[in-house]
Design a protein around this ligand. Sequence first.
Ligand SMILES: Nc1ncnc2c1ncn2[C@@H]1O[C@H](COP(=O)(O)OP(=O)(O)OP(=O)(O)O)[C@@H](O)[C@H]1O
Ligand SMILES: [Mg+2]
Length: 323
Amino acid sequence: MVAQSGPIGEALGAAGAAAGPSRDAREGLALAGLAVGGAEADAAGEAKASAANGPKGQAPGGLDGPLAAEGAAFEGPIIEAVDVDFYYGAFHALKGVSLAVKAHEVTALIGPSGCGKSTFLKLLNRMNDFVPGARLSGEIKVAGRSIYGPDSDPVSIRRLVGMVFQRPNPFPKSIYDNICYGPRLTGARKKADLDVLVEKALRAAALWDDVKDKLAKSALELSGGQQQRVCIARALALSPEILLMDEPTSALDPIATAKVEEWIKGANLSIVIVTHNMQQAARVSDHTAFFYMGELVEFGPTMEIFTRPRELRTENYITGRFG
Ligand SMILES: Nc1ncnc2c1ncn2[C@@H]1O[C@H](COP(=O)(O)OP(=O)(O)OP(=O)(O)O)[C@@H](O)[C@H]1O
Ligand SMILES: [Mg+2]
């Protein structure tokens, strides 16, 4: 059992006390791999301190700290939830969820609106720390280590576990500065290093060719699909092991969606994606988890979930009988 008075409780206290950034800004900051809930300056300080303690000779923006080291060496499930219950005040949003996610796979979370997909996703990088009255029991491990344990560090966790949201939410800055945002806060300063990092992240997000001649332009001038790929690149600039994506294409047109899906399929990352689009889940994921009213009803290889589900509730959902 992870106690309510553990780190989540402390983080909630801090978030409640400070008039911090708006929810969107906090999500953006988390996405850039930073501490959220307090002032940005605190986050920067914490991130720098953490970077300073990391192993020497690392590429700017790369992983550091004990979690990252364990992530590289760890061979078990990259994410393991054990008997997770989660409450928003009196509302029981997740009920006894246990799930093990393999590294370098794409795992889809599906289920009707309100079943707890986003809640579960956000628990994986401690984004729910900021919700007043929220309470967690059970255990969530990333790379074998309990992320709500007494010595866990949200900054390291968020650098290991990046996030891309439903609506593209680039910062109102240049494309270049969006990508550099997180790495700069972890101490990357040299322009030559940042140039390399920006190109690498934009190439990895399949956006380099679109934007290489306009890196100084505002990211807000790009199309929705391009903005979403800026957000993917911004997350990738911190070399996460895991990328969480909450309906990342629901605001995009079919062409932009196809590009993001192509990227997901080719990325050598552990990805957990929430989607309402059954075809998308079938196209991009290796494993699928079906949630219903806060319960994990069924989890298995995507092919099996979509062709021969074991549970009637899963079958009813994927055949469109409800949801
Ligand atoms: N901050 C919050 N405070 C209180 N209740 C919340 C909060 N966030 C979510 N909930 C509730 O928890 C339940 C699960 O919400 P969640 O956002 O995880 O659903 P979801 O499966 O992602 O749905 P959707 O497909 O519509 O995005 C819902 O009943 C929702 O109203
Ligand atoms: Mg959701």
